[in-house]
Ligand binder design. Structure first.
Ligand SMILES: [Zn+2]
Ligand SMILES: [Zn+2]
Length: 282
């Protein structure tokens, strides 16, 4: 019997938190996605403001917690100081990829006593911090993980996580077709990385009218994410990292447009615009 594998979305917004009456349904918290393997292992991907509510839920469970980040940008770390398990007598693993020239340390460096009053070194929890390659640690707990460099200012990593034939790809803050001088990873390499995934979570922050003004900002246009999903033959595409200026009604329209584009291609891929509380059982 497989242990249940569950993906849950706690923050789906890019760039800045967006509370307010026009973002109630999709939510205004910044990036945070959890992957639960049974009830004993939780992988937290990114620590935007969404991690605060995840932390409240985890505080009441004995789950072993592994936090990874894609990169240092604020919207991926800013909720971490409010992550309740840090203040509990329990173990919290922080796996901060440091590979080549890309270093992710901001998650814990922000808790230095000046930017946040509580210093990371004084927390009650038993914090296991690794500045290295997170793959061996995650693979050892049954989450076979691969990384791919992002096309994003400052760099970063996407994650492919597999357990017993079930695969989740988390690729946010990624410009699939960047300007030539910003190209780190070509489209074909992402295609191989995503191939056959059960769930592909991909940045779809922009629409065609956002271009060319935002070309090179490190985010993808909706249709690029759709083309990747079709080419890689994934089962379910989750549109992620919504623009902070996008209202609930606009996101509804984007989801409708994405689904009708997929139908026109003859594709049976499921497509969902991510919202807080979205839960996928694999
Ligand atoms: Zn971001
Ligand atoms: Zn970013």
């Amino acid at each position: 019997m497989h242990r249940p594998l569950t993906v849950r979305f706690w923050g789906v917004r890019g760039t800045f938190p967006t509370p307010g009456s026009t973002t109630l349904r999709y939510g205004g918290n910044t990036a945070c996605v959890s992957v639960h393997l049974g009830s004993d292992i939780t992988l937290v991907m990114d620590a935007g403001t969404g991690i605060r509510n995840l932390g409240k839920t985890l505080a009441a469970t004995p789950s072993e917690i592994y936090v990874v980040v894609t990169h240092n940008h604020w919207d991926h770390i800013q909720g971490f100081p409010a992550f309740q398990p840090l203040y509990q007598r329990r173990r919290v693993h922080c796996l901060l990829p440091t590979l080549g020239e890309t270093i992710t340390r901001a998650l814990i460096e922000q808790m230095d006593g000046t930017r946040f009053p509580v210093e990371f070194d004084t927390l009650l929890s038993d914090r296991q911090v690794i500045f290295d390659d997170p793959r061996p640690v995650l693979t050892a707990i049954g989450l076979h993980t691969d990384l791919i460099p992002l096309n994003h200012p400052g760099g970063g990593f996407g994650y492919r996580v597999c357990n017993e034939g079930r695969t989740i790809v988390y690729l946010t803050d990624n410009e699939l077709v960047p300007p030539a001088d910003a190209l780190v990873t070509p489209f074909e390499a992402y295609l191989e990385f995503c191939r056959g995934a059960d769930v592909l979570i991909h940045d779809a922050q922009y629409l065609p009218p956002d271009m060319p003004a935002k070309h090179g900002w490190g985010h993808s246009v909706l249709y690029q994410a759709l083309q990747l999903a079709v080419a890689a033959d994934v089962k379910h595409l989750v549109l992620f990292h919504h623009d902070p200026d996008r209202s609930d009604d606009e996101l509804d329209a984007i989801q409708t447009e994405a689904r009708s584009w997929l139908r026109q291609q003859g594709s049976s891929i499921r497509c969902t615009a991510a919202f807080e509380g979205l839960t996928l059982h694999l």
